[in-house]
Design a binder for this molecule. Structure first.
Ligand code: HAM
Length: 456
């Protein structure tokens, strides 16, 4: 058993300064961790296919303007965390600027890119409802800490199109998110929902909020005082104690919602109840990205510490049009794979079996045998047998030790006698049983068969 730990590269250099260092807030995903990642990806793809989603792949970087226009100029992600690539003004020798006038940034999230692609490729002409998913790295220039990285991986979905304006779809997207987390083996997470209403409702809400907060402005933190003018909603989800004290006394009673928006939210909640998905409602959940309208939600886990969101999402009915596309409503979510892994580890799921060893390991004992072993190795692979060998001569003992370490099921021993007779000695590493089997070009498929069927 190997203990697989999540890297948390948040503290900086671990080796001496003249050895190349991985950037802070990023991780290598090492071979022994890959099975966990693949497991998550396979489970996610399976469930996404069940719900009718198709994969979309967009570039890792986009024009900065795309993020400014969609996530909002005042959002933290745009304001503080965009990782911009070299612009045309960078003249450092040997560096090719990406474009002469436009600047690009690494994508901090997937929604903006998917919407850009939806518009650019006129996906609305192909179907009334595009159910799209993506899976891959995102980049934010954050201060690294546990669960908060500069390069992290999301699995996200976006349902876009004129037919997406249904509270059933909001509920379905949340159900998909919940079922996906369950399929990974997670249990104790909490779903918190809220509604922001339509664009007009949001406008009303910001006026109501400003009026309610104005008398307490001096009690708010500097950051929230800044946000009061630029993005007053964000005062509601401030982590600052003084801000929270002020917010706890506000009477947030959804007065800003039109009756349509209210109905929409009620229907969405009923659909969640029909699907027996427990939720809490919080009037202070507003999300940090500007594009949201109506339903917003977060799924949190106490296993995560202060960065407790496993995933988050909501509806964004105006973004496609705002970016110059056709009238198309939309809803989606994204989950953070590293946070899912942290939560799984906290559940005691930290141990993973070593990936399966090879079916066969070939041990050659002299130069002639080594040549033959190399041919057998490739012939067996051609027959679909996972096998390996030591590519240079070594003692029988050290090669057997290596086979053992790799957890090979069988060892094929090839010494002078076996070479002369055109055979290999096949040893079952579990039972210790040994059998001689012909290993010529003609009957390699028989040898492969014996190994694959476990006949020794
Ligand atoms: P978000 O809340 O910014 O939403 O990110 C979604 C998830 O990505 C978070 O819940 C978290 O698990 C993970 N995540 C975000 N930042 C980091 C980080 N620095 N380090 C590690 N994990 C992180 C969005 O990105 C929206 N695009 C979601 C969406 C899709 N809404 C509608 N459609």
């Amino acid at each position: 058993m190997t203990v697989v730990r999540m890297n948390q590269n948040i503290t900086g250099p671990k080796t001496s300064p003249n050895i190349p260092q991985i950037p802070r807030g990023t991780n290598d995903i090492l071979p022994q961790q890959i099975p966990l990642w693949i497991d998550i990806e396979v489970k996610a793809r399976h469930i996404l296919a069940t719900y009718g989603y198709k994969e979309i792949r967009t570039p890792m970087f986009e024009e900065i303007g795309l993020f400014k226009r969609s996530l909002g100029q005042t959002s933290d992600v745009v304001n503080k965390q965009l990782l911009a690539l070299a612009s045309g003004t960078d003249k450092e020798e040997g560096l090719a600027p990406l474009a002469s006038l436009t600047s690009f940034a690494l994508r901090p999230e997937g929604t903006a890119s998917v919407v850009r692609s939806y518009i650019e490729n006129s996906l609305h002409k192909k179907e009334n409802l595009s159910k799209l998913y993506y899976l891959g790295p995102m980049f934010r220039g954050e201060r690294p800490q546990k669960g908060r990285l500069r390069q992290f991986h999301q699995i996200g979905v976006e349902v876009i199109g004129p037919d997406s304006a249904s509270p059933y779809l909001d509920a379905e997207v949340i159900a998909l998110n919940v079922n996906m987390l369950k399929s990974f083996g997670l249990k104790n997470f909490k779903l918190v929902i809220n509604t922001l209403g339509s664009l007009e409702d949001k406008e009303n809400f910001s006026k109501i909020l400003r009026d309610a907060l104005r008398p307490h402005l001096s009690q708010l933190s500097k950051e929230s005082q800044n946000r009061f003018d630029r993005n007053v909603f964000r005062v509601l989800d401030s982590k600052n104690k003084a801000d929270q004290a002020v917010v706890s006394h506000l009477k947030l009673n959804y007065d800003h919602l039109s009756s349509e928006s209210r109905n929409y939210f009620e229907q969405m909640k009923r659909a969640l109840e029909d699907l027996e998905i427990p939720y809490e409602q919080s009037a202070t959940l507003v999300r940090g990205l500007d594009y949201y309208t109506h339903t917003v939600y977060e799924i949190t886990s106490t296993a995560l510490g202060s960065q407790d969101a496993l995933s988050a999402g909501g509806r964004y009915n105006n973004l496609v049009e705002q970016l110059g596309g056709p009238a198309a409503d939309a809803v989606g979510f994204a989950l953070g794979i590293e946070r899912v892994l942290l939560a799984l580890l906290a559940l005691g799921g930290s141990e993973e079996e070593n990936p399966l060893g090879p079916k066969a390991f070939i041990v050659a004992l002299d130069q002639l045998a080594l040549n033959r072993a190399f041919q057998i190795l490739h012939a067996l692979r051609g027959e679909g047998v996972v096998c390996d060998m030591n590519y240079k001569l070594a003692s029988m003992k050290s090669q057997m030790r290596l086979a053992d370490k790799l957890q090979a099921e069988y060892v094929l021993i090839l010494g002078e006698t076996e070479y002369q007779k055109g055979i290999v000695a096949v040893k079952n590493m579990k039972t210790g049983e040994q059998q001689e089997i012909e290993a010529t070009e003609k009957n390699i498929n028989e040898l492969a068969n014996v190994l694959l069927m476990g006949k020794v």
